[in-house]
Design a protein around this ligand. Structure first.
Ligand code: TUI
Length: 314
């Protein structure tokens, strides 16, 4: 049984946190992951506050285990969501795409555990000073909004730079990935892409099928000129982005127009050609739909086997 100090920090059985995937991570997936022994998350993303409140209340009915809310700090309503999690008694908050420093005091006063996603050592250090409980070091193998460094390079540098627990994210799709990031000094993993195809995940079936069909080289990064690079699976939309990106005179508004509403178009409507199919580089590892419990037990079973009996020890 793999148990780390992340398990006691969050009150969970397996040291795994589900990715806070915008338009995807709803109460059913969050409760599925939490019931399976990990930490499930509801993604607030750009959703209206009332919607997020309802999802939190639904999750409370679906599980008696701890779950969290992911707050995307680029969102216009991040401040309102930051207050909502206090009102609703949410136990854990994860944040992404920015610096949550100004909310830390309020969340701590409400006994909320705070875990911040970072893509650099500098932000990890700043976050430790502001009092967060743990760091998720997310490499650019991840789907969605990404930083510059790979998980392999980022995680050990963050581990050396801070003394709070570090969770690894980006490029972890099976037990081999779990074992690998423990070797880098992580005390847990955050996994997004593999949970896209969970039975409990409500993303459109076309999206799941696209992830299952993906091969190693099918993910690309678009949007670099906007300052918000995003990893997605190749399709008609990414080809249009790539054409725009070649033309240096392209106005940023054109990018925005092409990207507007693209994630719900894929995740909710199932338009996987003109929608944004955010998924990580390990999509090529994913072969089938499974329950959250099967995914988690398989990952940690494999990891334990590798760590007990590494192939290189004779
Ligand atoms: O946030 C994510 N992944 C996301 S958010 C998202 S929604 C979106 N849609 C379109 C455009 C942009 C976002 C889809 N995927 N992951 C966590 C993460 N945070 N990765 C990288 C970062 C990050 C990057 C820069 C965190 C902080 C940061 O700098 C902040 C600072 O103040 O230095």
């Amino acid at each position: 049984m793999i148990e780390t100090n992340l398990c006691s920090l969050l009150g969970i059985k397996y040291p795994i946190i589900q990715g806070g995937m915008a338009w995807v991570a709803e109460s059913t997936l969050a409760a599925g992951v939490s019931n399976a022994g990990g930490l499930g998350l509801i993604a607030a993303a750009n959703a209206p506050v009332d919607y997020v409140r309802e999802e939190i209340r639904k999750a409370k009915k679906l599980t008696d285990k701890p779950f969290g809310v992911n707050i995307m700090l680029l969102s216009d309503n991040a401040e309102e969501i930051a207050k909502l999690v206090c009102e609703e008694g949410v136990k854990v908050v994860t944040t992404g795409a920015g610096n949550p420093g100004k909310f830390v005091e309020m969340w701590k006063a409400h006994g909320i555990k705070i875990i911040t996603v970072v893509a650099s050592v500098a932000l990890a250090k700043r976050m430790e000073r502001s009092g967060v409980d743990a760091i998720i070091a997310e490499g650019c193998e991840s789907g969605g909004h990404i930083g510059e460094l790979t998980t392999m390079a980022l995680v050990p540098q963050v581990v050396d730079a801070v003394s709070i627990p570090v969770i690894a994210a980006g490029g972890i799709g099976d037990g081999r990935g779990v074992a690998a990031v423990f070797a880098l000094g992580a005390v847990g993993v955050q996994v997004g892409t593999r949970f896209l195809v969970a039975n409990e995940c409500t993303v459109h079936q076309n999206y799941k099928n696209r992830v299952i069909a993906a091969k190693d080289s099918d993910s690309v990064v678009t949007g670099r000129p906007t300052g918000h690079p995003v990893r997605v699976l190749r399709n008609k939309l990414t080809r249009q982005f790539q054409l725009l990106e070649k033309d240096k005179s392209t106005f940023l508004e054109l990018f925005e127009e092409l990207g507007r509403g693209a994630l719900p178009r894929a995740a909710k409507e199932g338009d996987i050609e003109m929608g944004s199919v955010m998924a990580g580089q390990i999509s090529g590892l994913i072969k089938k739909e499974q329950s959250c419990l099967e995914i988690i037990e398989e990952m940690f079973g494999e990891a334990e086997k590798i760590m007990r009996n590494p192939v290189w020890v004779k």
